[in-house]
Design a protein around this ligand. Structure first.
Ligand code: GAL
Length: 826
């Protein structure tokens, strides 16, 4: 074949290929009303799942549960510091394989929203920024700074190119329908003066130049530079209106619960209130809504941000940390999603009219030629309402929205939950007794000599020295005291002004004490008596421990970490106080701990390192422990109980499952027995587990375990604890309850196990809660326990029709709506 013909054929082939992929491509755009996909206005329901907060083997199940829950899309951030741990050295392996994650979403037939940031906040270490970035010369984050902009552009481009190469943008036929640049910069822009505006304009231009073929989002960015789309984040976004009238109303983060700090309580946002916020959003013209988080997951390793974010990032999300359905949240939202989807056309194309029914009750009617859909919203925090709407009566409880897909019948009310509550528990098997070996962290010699691997005059900021390679940094100095030193007295103290999250102090090799941040006071003074100073050379050694770097706020990158001083010795003589400032001394720094540097947690056996099985110590600080164990049988998620331990880090077969700190209890007050879903939610409202460990149970992903043979757990105990109670369990559904309304169907299941017994059932006006249900003043004349047992016991799931047909007539219940209360044992 002649060359000319060949080239012609080749170009024909390319034209064919391009037109084929164009035919496959999805056009994502927007108008003032909605995001449009291939020209059709859409209601989009999305949920955040962060790929590194679970393991790759969990992704298909999590994504399928999201799909089954009625979502159209999965949203994730991209975590710069995880992917570029060293400048220009990248890691996209294992759980960091973001391309594989997006492809898994695609395989499930869902869309995806890619929030590149690369600033992400997200309670992630340093908000996703690598610490090396901060340590580059003349660096300033998130402003007009050439070095920063260059690095940000480099990483953003890298991610975009990776996605393009795999054809993952919708414009290429892939699942990514939206992308995000920056994150909530609008919240801090004013702190950056004129440079703030210039920076966000640059972000927009830079993103735009990457030509991804789908819209870019900028969340919490009023007046976002065009064509960026501004969006809202918060617990409620019904009151939000985009500043630009041609931008549709979008919600990138509907906070499904909240995150947890060490020393904090367990957050709890009710299914009723979450559903209310979603229904309100669509009642008021919303088009895209994303749950943050839909699955929160786990902060493995040292990825938790902060300061002080816990290892669990459960978030009280619809799917719990371990991948189980958080019921009733998941199911109650699923029902709402189905109803909203059935109204998609009228919600996105319909003419809108509103009727004020008085007393904070408003109806909204969306009308198209084909029909109409309605909402009746009661934002009154206490008063229930009986409203007459279009000639019919509707009971709309306080703080709820009724959804009427055809305006003539309530299909859903956000406060009427007909989904089961699943109470998760650990399995009841007898735990394996672990045989522990141990060894001390060998720091003593170094402390006594004050010898590190870096010397500087004066005190330095922790992250500037460690590059965050470790939580630990030793600050060591010497001080010569002679007999005549004016300081000498009976009453001498070591005083440290500290920003260390935890500080351990030693004088002449002897432990003086520790202090750690409580109640959010990150800047504190440590002062302890020292009565073993000597005439001559004294060694002062301070171990500064960080527990996650700050992730939020203007200029957060330069917030102090470690010991910034002053550090002094203080002598008290009667009325007189003499202070000897050591801050400007020569200080030796040692990054990390020996056991870490020697990888004591690694499974590759380090032959010469001896572990002892005698004289097993408890309450001993800076101690390593190791034990073998068998993986719990089955497929259920595995958890490990750290009750009895102090603070530290844990590894399973060499992989870090995160920091632990079960000895840190939350304060006793601030929890109530009853949680009222009505009224505005805030992160403290309905919090529970006051006065208990912030986190006692830790997730051990199945993929970290060998199903047969022995597994190894290694602990580094920093504060001192007793590992003898450590045990492995699986998380299962213990009890299932429901309180369903008449004329509904309720589905009951123990997830993957057969239902074993009916503990309680009554149809009428039962009282109490799950665990305390009791018969009310009336009930159906058939035996409810028998009826439910017949339908459910021995089965994986069952559906009960909540009606007097099923349970018999209820003579004395009057007109009030009847309910079925059930409690099942799994
Ligand atoms: C938002 C932020 C998220 C996350 C959230 C709280 O402000 O954009 O990344 O930090 O707060 O969970």
């Amino acid at each position: 074949m002649k060359m000319k013909h060949f080239t012609r054929l080749l170009s024909l082939f390319f034209i064919l290929i391009t037109s084929f992929s164009l035919a496959n491509s999805t056009i994502v755009s927007h108008d003032e009303r909605a995001i449009t996909i291939n020209g059709k206005r859409r209601i989009l329901l999305s949920g955040s799942i962060h790929y590194p907060r679970s393991t790759a083997d969990m992704w298909p199940d999590l994504i399928n549960k999201a799909k089954d829950g009625g979502l159209d899309a999965i949203e994730t951030y991209v975590f710069w510091n995880a992917h570029e741990p060293k400048r220009r050295e990248y890691d996209f392996s294992g759980n960091l394989d973001v391309v594989r994650f997006i492809k898994t979403i695609q395989d499930a037939g869902l869309y995806s929203v890619l929030r590149i940031g690369p600033y992400v906040c997200a309670e992630w270490n340093y908000g996703g920024f690598p610490v090396w970035l901060h340590n580059m010369p003349n660096m300033k984050f998130r402003t007009v700074n050439p070095s920063f902009m260059n690095e940000m552009q480099n990483f953003t481009t890298k991610i975009v190119e990776m996605m393009k190469e795999e054809k993952l943008f919708a414009s290429q036929g892939g699942p990514i329908i939206l992308a995000q640049i920056e994150n909530e910069y609008g919240n801090v822009i004013s702190s950056y003066g004129a440079a703030g505006k210039a920076y966000i304009d640059w972000c927009a231009n830079m993103a735009n130049s990457l030509d991804i073929g789908v819209p870019w989002l900028m969340c919490q960015q009023p007046n976002a530079p065009q064509p960026m789309l501004e969006t809202c984040n918060g617990f409620y976004c019904d009151q939000y209106e985009p500043t630009n009238p041609s931008t549709p109303k979008m919600w990138t983060e509907n906070w499904t619960g909240w995150f947890k700090n060490w020393g904090g309580k367990h957050p709890y946002r009710t299914a009723e209130d979450l559903a209310f916020s979603v229904a309100r959003f669509f009642q008021t013209g919303g088009t895209f809504q994303n749950y943050y988080m839909y699955h929160g997951g786990t902060n493995f390793g040292r990825v938790a941000g902060g300061p002080y974010i816990t290892t669990s990032y459960d978030y009280h999300a619809p799917i719990d940390e371990f991948g189980n359905l958080n019921q009733p949240k998941w199911g109650h939202l699923k029902q709402l999603h189905r109803v909203l989807k059935s109204m998609e056309k009228s919600l996105t194309y319909g003419n809108i009219s509103r009727i004020d029914l008085g007393n904070s009750i408003k109806a909204t009617i969306y009308t198209t030629k084909e029909g109409s859909s309605c909402f009746i919203g009661n934002v009154n925090a206490t008063a229930n309402a009986l409203v007459n709407f279009k000639g019919k009566d509707y009971h709309v409880p306080a703080w709820s929205v009724s959804v009427l897909p055809e305006c003539d019948k309530e299909a859903y009310n956000t406060a009427k939950v007909n989904t089961q509550t699943s109470i998760m528990t650990e399995d009841s098997s007898k735990p394996e007794k672990l045989e522990w070996t141990w060894r001390p962290e060998s720091a003593q010699k170094m402390i006594l000599k004050s010898s590190g691997d870096l010397i500087a005059k004066g005190l330095v900021d922790q992250k500037d020295v460690t590059n965050d390679a470790s939580d630990y940094l030793w600050y060591m100095t010497r001080v010569h005291l002679d007999k005549k030193d004016p300081l000498w007295s009976r009453n001498m103290t070591l005083r440290v002004h500290s920003n260390a999250h935890v500080l351990h102090a030693y004088v002449n090799g002897k432990y003086v004490g520790n202090q750690f941040v409580k109640d959010g006071k990150f800047d504190y003074r440590f002062e302890k008596k020292v009565n073993h100073l000597v005439h001559g050379t004294n060694h002062i050694s301070l171990l500064s421990v960080s527990v996650g770097l700050q992730n939020y706020g203007a200029f957060f990158e330069s917030g102090p970490t470690g010991i910034n001083g002053p550090v002094s010795l203080v002598g008290y003589k009667g009325e007189e106080t003499i202070e000897k400032d050591l801050s400007q001394h020569q200080w030796d720094y040692k990054i990390g701990l020996n056991g870490y540097n020697n990888k004591l947690f690694s499974t590759k056996s380090v032959g010469h390192i001896k572990w002892a099985n005698e004289m097993f110590p408890t309450s001993r600080m800076l101690t390593w422990y190791k034990a073998k164990f068998k993986a719990p049988l089955g497929k259920e998620p595995v958890i490990v109980d750290f009750n009895g331990l102090g603070k530290g880090e844990a590894w399973i077969n060499g992989q870090s499952i995160g920091r632990y700190w079960p000895s840190f209890n939350s304060s006793d007050d601030g929890c109530k027995d009853e949680c009222d879903y009505r009224g505005e939610y805030g992160s403290d409202k309905c919090a529970f587990m006051c006065g208990e460990p912030t986190q006692r149970w830790y997730h051990v992903p199945r993929s970290f375990l060998k199903a047969s043979g022995h597994n190894t757990i290694t602990l580094f105990e920093e504060m001192g604890g007793n590992p003898s109670m450590v045990n492995f369990k699986t998380v299962v559904v213990g009890t299932v309850c429901a309180r369903a309304h008449e004329h509904n169907k309720v589905e009951l299941s123990c997830h993957n196990h057969p239902i074993s017994a009916v503990k309680f059932a009554s149809f009428g006006n039962p009282v109490g809660h799950c665990g305390t249900f009791a018969v009310g003043t009336c009930q159906g004349d058939k035996d409810a326990v028998k009826t439910v047992a017949k339908e459910c016991v021995g089965k994986l799931n069952c559906t009960i029709n909540v009606s007097s047909d099923t349970f018999g007539s209820t003579l004395d219940c009057g007109d009030s709506p009847k309910k079925l209360a059930v409690e099942l044992e799994c």
